[in-house]
Design a protein around this ligand. Structure first.
Ligand code: ATP
Length: 252
C-alpha cells in the first residue's frame, strides 16, 4: 500500500507571461524517492520549488492550481511558509554550508526555532550527522569550519542541517552535480537510507542516477509532465514516445 504525501493538481506556473509549468498533476508517494527528469529548461527545478513555495521568492511568479501536503493546500492564504519550509526542506546543486563550524551549521535551524539547551543541541547535532552518515568523518572536527570539508562532506552537512529541524519531505535539486563519482555514490547510498524516514523528490540530469535511486520517475518536457510511474516501467516500457526518445538519448 502506498499513500500520497503530496498531491499536485492542475498546477500552472508563470514567470510573468512565460508559462513554465502547464496543468501538472502528480502524486508524490510517502517514503518513496521520486525522480524528476527531462531536458534542460523543461521545468524540473521550477516544479521542485513549487513544493515548498521557494518560487514565492522570485519576482513575477504566478501559480495557480492546488498542492496538498498531507491533504492541506500549501498555497492557501493562511499557510505558515516558514513552517512549510521546515517540513519540506531543500538541498541545492552546489553544497552551500554556512561559513561557520560544522556544529553551528547543524544547530542553526534548531536554534532559530528556539532551542537553547546545550545538551539538547549536542544530541540533535550528533543524531543529524549520524543520519547523514557523516558523524564518523567529522566528530573530531565539529568546531572547525564546514567550508574546510570536501564537496561531498559539505553536501552531507547540508543534509544534516535539514534533518536537524525534523522535516518530512526532502527536495534535492541535482544534489550530486558538483561532486566526484565517489562522493556521488555516498549521497546515493544516503538517499536509499533516508527514504525509510522521509519522502524525497530529486531532480537529476543523470538517468542512471534516477534509475538507481528512485522508485517513481516523472518525465517533464517544455513545462508538461509527459508521464510518471514506477521507475522500472518508465525506463523499460514508457507509454509515451517522447519519454522513450529521451531515455534512449535521442534528445536532451
Ligand atoms: N526566474 C526565472 N524567470 C524567468 N524564467 C525562468 C526563471 N527560472 C526559470 N525560468 C524558465 O523556466 C523554464 C524552466 O526552468 P527550470 O530551471 O525549472 O528548468 P529545469 O528543467 O530545471 O532546467 P535545468 O535542467 O537546466 O536546471 C526555462 O525556460 C527557464 O528559462
Amino acid at each position: 500500500m502506498t499513500s500520497s504525501k503530496i498531491s499536485v493538481e492542475r498546477l500552472n506556473l508563470y514567470y510573468r507571461d512565460f508559462q513554465a509549468l502547464k496543468n501538472v498533476n502528480l502524486e508524490v508517494e510517502e517514503n518513496q524517492v521520486t525522480a524528476l527528469i527531462g531536458p534542460s529548461g523543461c521545468g524540473k527545478s521550477t516544479f521542485l520549488r513549487i513544493l515548498n513555495r521557494m518560487n514565492d521568492l522570485i519576482e513575477g511568479v504566478r501559480v495557480d492550481g492546488v498542492v496538498l501536503l498531507d491533504g492541506m493546500d500549501i498555497y492557501r492564504q493562511d499557510e505558515d511558509v516558514v513552517n512549510l519550509r521546515k517540513r519540506v526542506g531543500m538541498v541545492f546543486q552546489r553544497p552551500n554550508p554556512f561559513p561557520m563550524s560544522v556544529y553551528d551549521n547543524v544547530a542553526y535551524g534548531p536554534r532559530i526555532h528556539g532551542e537553547r539547551n546545550k545538551r539538547k543541541l549536542d544530541e540533535i547535532v550528533e543524531k543529524s550527522l549520524r543520519a547523514a552518515v557523516l558523524w564518523d568523518e567529522v566528530q573530531d572536527r565539529l568546531h572547525k569550519s564546514a567550508l574546510g570539508l570536501s564537496g561531498g562532506q559539505q553536501q552531507r552537512v547540508c543534509i544534516a542541517r535539514l534533518l536537524a529541524v525534523e522535516p518530512e519531505v526532502l527536495l534535492m535539486d541535482e544534489p550530486t552535480s558538483a561532486l566526484d563519482p565517489l562522493a556521488t555514490m555516498k549521497i546515493e547510498e544516503l538517499i536509499q537510507v533516508l527514504k525509510n524516514d522521509y519522502t524525497i523528490v530529486i531532480v537529476t540530469h543523470n538517468m542512471q542516477q534516477a534509475a538507481r535511486v528512485s522508485g517513481v520517475t516523472a518525465f517533464f518536457l517544455n513545462g508538461d509532465l509527459i508521464e510518471y510511474g514506477k521507475t522500472e516501467v518508465i525506463f523499460t516500457k514508457p507509454s509515451d514516445q517522447r519519454t522513450e526518445d529521451y531515455i534512449t538519448g535521442r534528445f536532451g
